[in-house]
Design a protein around this ligand. Sequence first.
Ligand SMILES: [Zn+2]
Length: 375
Amino acid sequence: MTVTIGTARAKPGRIAYGTFDLVDHPTGGGDQLPVVIAQGDPAGPVFWLTAGIHGVEHAGVLVIHQLLTAALARALHGTVVAVPVLNPAGVRTMRREAYYYEGDPNRLFPDGRKPRKPVDPDADPPSALEQAYGRLFDEIKAAGDYMIDLHNAWTNSVSFVFRDRVFYRNDGAPARRKAAKAAAEKLDRRLIEMCAAYGHSVVNEMPPGPYLEQRLHRSTTAAAVNVAHIPAFTAELSTGHMPDPTVVAAAVAGLRNVLRWANMLEGDAEPITGIKVVDPGFPCRRRPTPRVSQACIVHHLVQPGDLVKKGDPVAELRDVWGRPVGEKILLSGYDGWIIGRTHGVAYYPGTEVCGMAIRDDLPSVQPYPQNYWKS
Ligand SMILES: [Zn+2]
């Protein structure tokens, strides 16, 4: 198919470059998104690959540069549309957020609900950035079969993917409800396959309640899954401010494997080497845990990728003079594994010392809450 995103127009067997207008500056000029389109046989699927929505996460742009070669374009059955930097203001200032929008830019993608009418004059209208992401998402929805968004978690964390929860509408006629549930279950199975094809560790998103409350359903890939209804996941590529070349290479190999799974590239899957791939033997979801109960200095007793059982020691807690305080030894409340240690050693009460993947027995497909479409 003909793929044109902003000023970038796909050419079979080639790489095309262009820009997509993001936000106009009041002082003149504006921010634009870089767009790179690698197209082989135009009859194949369209794969969206994005990065840099959090400005301190710099691995994704390198992955995109290394993946999108002239040889890949010639070999592709289909088209890869890449946006190496979704948040140019954040990336150039090395800040998570864009300075013209105070808030997480990865909570601004559409949630499927229509804007309120009439407009509430006491509420802020959608920011320029949210409106721009809405326009970009229209392009993803119109011409997208798959999507992966590249991020980084913490310094030295395990390279893993966040698998989104899949929701379906449980209102309307029984036949419509049944069809919506069946479509969601099919999409979830595809998503499981796509995560497996990538070959890095897999972590499910939070339970449905906190997932919606924390607006994770408005992330790039959650919108792709639940609004565009395409398989999509978020890849977390370990350290962001100083990307690890081994992780970057493992991500490039994993992405080529996903393209093979999607029948967009020929050949056998490549081995994923040089990184820890953690499989405790049961599905896991993310949780910030364990948390300290009082101000302290933390001596971590675990490393990223370690398997832990409920009751295992995770950290030793001391005061700044070096004397044991609080729990003295902080224990894991769950079976699971350590995704990464949180940064630094000085902690206030209630702060988590690790990002953990804990056993997840919840269904990954569920109906939207009853009032979701009314609010
Ligand atoms: Zn991120």
